[in-house]
Design a protein around this ligand. Structure first.
Ligand code: Z5A
Length: 216
């Protein structure tokens, strides 16, 4: 196993853009490159956060979930995840690869649900402190394209049941977030055939490994 400093990589995107597929590819790549890594996800990643995830995604709740509740539960999961999983793994020199992180809250709750960004910024500052992904891969595709792919997957969860305009706002939310922090993001056109997406993923991972190799 190659010993190095921790690296925090996140994957983001709207419905059906191929995050899970990309994650499997990254997992294989890191395994073959003898990197010490964990793969995790949000909402979730710890026993408490996984229980909250079930409430967040349950398709038929007996009461309407308010956007404020949704936002706070996302951050409740995140704070458990950061303290029990992400920070310890980074401190142990591992790669942490997370299927979604805080950018998803800006895109879904900020963009999708029209929540005031000031509240998100306060939560981000308070609960994340200085923790930011070292790199975020944003898989981007027109919303219809992703939804078309995702519809073959079985019953929809509560958020997946949203209308197309919601996912359009989510997509714009991600693109806005990327414009605000260009250095951290790598954009991949997820409408490309899977092999092309994987070539781009490999290029990004090769670059990180080279830069980290140089840093010792
Ligand atoms: N959420 C939130 O609102 N706020 C937050 O702060 C956070 C999350 C953290 C759960 O997320 C929900 O929580 C999510 C956002 C919200 N809600 N929604 N909607 P999740 O990540 O667990 O679930 P998901 O968004 O529904 O993503 P997914 O199920 O992981 O989908 P995906 O990973 O993007 O897609 P996939 O399964 O990899 O691919 C879909 C299909 O397309 C599959 O058949 C693939 O084989 C195929 N595919 C993939 N790539 C290609 C290419 N390039 N060409 C052709 N076909 C392809």
């Amino acid at each position: 196993m190659i010993k190095e400093k921790g690296f925090f990589l996140t994957i983001e995107g709207t419905e059906g853009v191929g995050k899970s597929t990309a994650l499997k590819f990254i997992q294989n790549y890191l395994g073959q490159a003898s990197r010490d890594f964990i793969v995790t996800r949000e909402p979730g990643g710890t026993p408490i956060a996984e229980q909250i995830r079930q409430i967040l995604l349950a398709p038929c709740l007996t009461e309407e979930m308010l956007p404020e509740t949704e936002l706070l539960l996302m951050f409740a999961c995140r704070v458990q995840h950061i303290h029990h999983v992400i920070l310890p793994a980074l401190a142990a020199g591992k790669w942490v690869v997370s299927d979604r992180f805080v950018d998803a809250s800006f895109a879904y709750q900020g963009g999708g649900r029209h929540m005031d960004m000031t509240y998100l910024e306060i939560l981000e500052k308070w609960l994340l402190q200085n923790l930011r992904p070292d790199l975020t891969i944003l898989l981007d595709a027109p919303v219809e394209r992703g939804l078309e792919r995702a519809k073959h997957r079985g019953p929809q969860d509560r958020i997946e049941q949203e209308k197309i305009a919601f996912f359009e706002r989510v997509r714009q939310g991600y693109l806005k977030r990327m414009k605000e922090d260009r250095k951290r993001f790598r954009l991949i056109d997820a409408t490309q055939p899977l092999e092309m997406v994987q070539i781009e993923l490999k290029k990004i991972l090769d670059e990180i490994c080279v830069v980290r190799g140089r840093a010792g």
